[in-house]
Design a protein around this ligand. Structure first.
Ligand code: UVW
Length: 319
């Protein structure tokens, strides 16, 4: 069998729509512009119980941290602890003060995180048409900084695709479309509204803990799959933010054309949809299944890291 030639992204997305210029020539937050004060207040209306769910996975989980191949998990190093003060070289503070210090060496995209809009590109241009050379030596444009400056708050809706498909986790390479999201919402007794922050549960990373290193054999996450209709749906629905519990928010290799991560390109680079990855949605999903409330106030504040390609974050869902 002849290996299939994988087309270039410029070819796959030749007619794909963009939101470039929609918010002016200097925009760096893209579809997050849809999250106006009205959207914050619409989200607030979905706080009905005062229950708070944190969506970050634990950094340094004894069971391991899942990361995109090529990245390494964060390493936390203890710098000072009680044993440090035994040394004659230890700094002395009046009153006998001792303290513990530590630091982490981490990929900014190596845990629950926001991608900067300029994080991924093709054809030499990033979000809003900025030259990809602006990424050299640090993101000169569309870094995570402006996203962190504004924060992300609006109505969130959980779409529990694993439960909808009646399995504990979606399978390697399993795909779904925007139509499946709509059907999932209906099955949950709710529906996706314009400007909703779309939060999708696959529970795929459960397999990381079950399988250990074998998890990375034939790495191909499940997720949304590219189609022109899906991209148009995201654009028409004015979806500001796509949040999932997988490492990269979409099926890793498009089964139709073989490209890697075309939705990073079509949604983030072209439409300016913010991507939030590697979330822990388990407690939230359990609660939603128990009480039938799948909508909530979603609030996230990525870290303000100058010129960064992304940032760790601990998003909140408040029901
Ligand atoms: C890549 O874009 C390669 O990874 P992610 O969006 O998962 O950080």
């Amino acid at each position: 069998v002849e290996p299939r030639a994988v087309p270039d992204m410029t070819e796959v997305l030749a007619d794909a729509p963009t939101n470039w210029g929609k918010w002016g020539p200097d925009d760096e937050v893209g579809s997050l512009n849809y999250l106006t004060a009205e959207e914050v207040m619409r989200g607030v209306q979905h706080i009905r119980q005062g229950r708070v769910f944190t969506l970050q996975r634990l950094i340094g989980d004894p069971k391991g941290d899942p990361v995109w191949p090529g990245r390494t998990p964060a390493e936390r190093t203890q710098i000072l602890d009680e044993s440090s003060w035994d040394s004659p070289d230890a700094p002395q503070f009046p009153g006998g003060l001792h303290y513990a210090d530590d630091k982490i060496n981490a990929f900014l995209q190596g845990s629950t995180q926001y991608d900067a809009l300029g994080h991924v590109w093709y054809g030499g241009q990033i979000w809003n048409g900025y030259d990809a050379r602006t990424t050299v030596g640090g993101m000169g444009r569309a870094s995570v900084e402006p996203i962190a400056q504004r924060g992300v708050v609006g109505r969130g809706i959980l779409l529990d695709m694993a439960r909808f498909r009646g399995k504990p986790t979606l399978d390697k390479g399993e795909t779904f479309s925007h139509e499946d999201l709509v059907a999932c919402a209906e099955a949950q007794g709710t529906h996706i509204e314009e400007r909703d922050i779309v939060v999708i549960r696959t529970n795929f990373l459960q397999l990381f803990h079950d399988q250990g290193d074998a998890f990375y054999d034939g790495f191909n996450e499940p997720g949304l799959v590219y189609s022109p209709e899906l991209v148009r749906w995201f654009q028409d629905m004015e979806i500001p933010n796509l949040v999932t519990d997988t490492i990269a928010n979409e099926v890793t290799y498009d089964p139709n054309n073989g490209t890697a991560l075309p939705l990073h390109c079509a949604l983030m680079r072209n439409l300016g949809v913010a991507l939030t990855e590697i979330c822990d949605l388990e407690q939230l999903a359990e609660s939603c299944a128990a009480d039938g409330q799948y909508t909530f106030l979603y609030a996230a504040a990525p870290l303000k890291v100058h010129r960064a390609t992304g940032s760790p974050v601990n998003p909140l869902a408040i029901k």
